[in-house]
Design a protein around this ligand. Structure first.
Ligand SMILES: Cc1cc2nc3c(=O)[nH]c(=O)nc-3n(C[C@H](O)[C@H](O)[C@H](O)COP(=O)(O)OP(=O)(O)OC[C@H]3O[C@@H](n4cnc5c(N)ncnc54)[C@H](O)[C@@H]3O)c2cc1C
Length: 399
């Protein structure tokens, strides 16, 4: 279905089959005397390098695309079991802003089994057009069919920008789609802007282990693709008066590559999800020792929240990585973030400063965390937290 920019010159090919063995993805097979490249090729270049006759070439499209043909911002609306992931609404929020700046339309694409309700929601969350692909066989995400459908849509609609959430699904889908479209992708962006002079997308992300923020552009190919961290952008609001059009696209499953079969889902037994929690209580080096997390857990439990941690406590093995908040950990945006014994280094703030309410407990009144806090308590956390937890429990009991 998809036409990849890779080809085999049959005049040069001797049918030796070396490329078949060289392909790490099993995407080349012998058909008769000659090899054939399948649609799921990742354009990794292994076969090009392996071919002794130089018969395989990947067409460089950089610089060739007529960039003026590309207009609009397209957002991939990830869904799980029919429910649109909130990162899609965040992408629409940012996408609307970028599209308005460019004076171009905003599109969303939704693929799944039962997508009607999701499409309606996207249409009232500022998408001008929502493209849907619906089929029972598309219920669960798989790289092959999803990226093939999206590649075809991009070739048809020609958006200038393409945004994907940097979730586990987005991190798998984004690079595959970018390779198929022979364009660039900036992964894990924390900021997106339009350069008013060049109209290019300025894609900002931490680089060199978070020591610098790099701004990346994609001047010669389209679309300009980025995956964007969840909880970094503000969700698009619902506006019933401004409803976008829903365009149902045909699906022919037979024509789509599809190598993976989902047999079963086993949810992780680990229930910690600091990213989605409405309340996060985090502990830092000020706890002094690993057992100090007991007071953090006590307060989190009283408030019904999740436990977060600063990086040094994770590095020291006091808490697992999944609890880490910050530049090299998770980004959170809860209604309430409590920083206990955390100094407020920029790398920590990068992961929590957009929380609605921030309360800091620190015995150093000069600690930088107080500069971003809504409320602060200067004191020893081992004195403050038990009193606070008791008050919360009492309040809940009273209620
Ligand atoms: C590339 C890079 C990426 C990084 N990524 C991250 C990241 O993702 N997340 C992250 O958190 N950091 C990250 N860091 C580390 C960051 O720079 C800081 O070192 C770290 O955030 C400090 O953690 P902390 O606040 O727990 O410890 P400290 O800076 O040591 O602060 C401890 C605080 O506790 C207070 N305190 C001490 N005892 C008590 C007490 N009994 N009661 C109350 N307060 C007390 C102290 O006054 C102090 O303010 C990164 C650094 C780099 C270079």
């Amino acid at each position: 279905m998809s036409e990849l920019p890779i080809s085999i010159d049959k005049d040069l090919c001797t049918g030796c089959g070396i490329c078949v063995g060289a392909c790490p993805f099993g995407s080349i097979e012998m058909v008769g005397d000659y090899p054939e490249i399948k649609d799921d090729c990742r354009l990794c270049n292994a076969c090009v390098e392996a071919c002794p006759e130089g018969a395989i070439t990947i067409k460089e499209t950089e610089g060739e695309a007529d960039l003026s043909e590309y207009r609009g911002v397209m957002v991939y609306a990830e869904q799980r079991k029919g429910v649109v992931h909130p990162v899609a609404y965040e992408l629409l929020g940012k996408g609307r802003e970028l599209a308005d700046q460019l004076g171009e339309p905003l599109f969303a694409v939704l693929i799944g089994s039962d997508v009607k309700a999701g499409a309606e929601e996207l249409a009232v969350r500022s998408a001008d057009k929502v493209y849907t692909y619906e089929d029972p066989a598309l219920e669960d995400f798989r790289d092959d069919p999803y990226s093939a459908l999206m590649a075809d849509l991009v070739r048809e609609v020609k958006p200038s920008l393409f945004l994907i959430g940097a979730t586990s699904i987005g991190r798998s889908l984004g690079p595959k789609l970018a390779a198929v479209l022979a364009t660039g992708l900036t992964a894990d962006c924390t900021g997106l802007e339009i350069d008013p002079e060049t109209r290019l997308l300025l894609q900002t992300r931490p680089a060199y282990g978070g020591n610098i923020m790099a701004t990346i552009i994609c001047p010669n190919s389209r679309p300009q693709m980025a995956t964007v961290r969840y909880k970094m952008m503000k969700e698009a609001d619902v506006d019933q008066d401004r409803k976008g059009e829903i365009v149902k696209k045909p699906v022919d499953m037979e024509a789509l590559p599809d190598r993976v079969k989902i047999i079963d889902y086993q949810p992780s037994p680990e229930q910690v999800n600091i990213v989605d929690a409405e309340i996060v209580v985090s502990g830092g080096k000020g706890l002094g020792e690993p057992s100090g997390f007991a007071v953090i857990e006590e307060l989190a439990q009283a408030l019904g929240g999740a436990v977060g941690a600063s990086r040094p406590t994770v590095d020291e093995g006091w808490k697992e990585y999944r609890h880490q908040v910050g530049l090299s950990g998770r980004t959170v945006r809860p209604k309430l973030y409590m920083a206990c014994g955390i100094s407020g280094a920029v790398q920590h703030l990068a992961g929590m400063k957009t929380s609605d309410v921030i309360i800091a407990i620190n015995k150093d009144r000069e600690a930088p965390i107080f500069s971003v806090s809504t409320l602060g308590a200067v004191g020893d956390l081992y004195e403050v937290i038990p009193i606070l937890a008791e008050k919360v429990r009492k309040h809940k009991g009273d209620a």
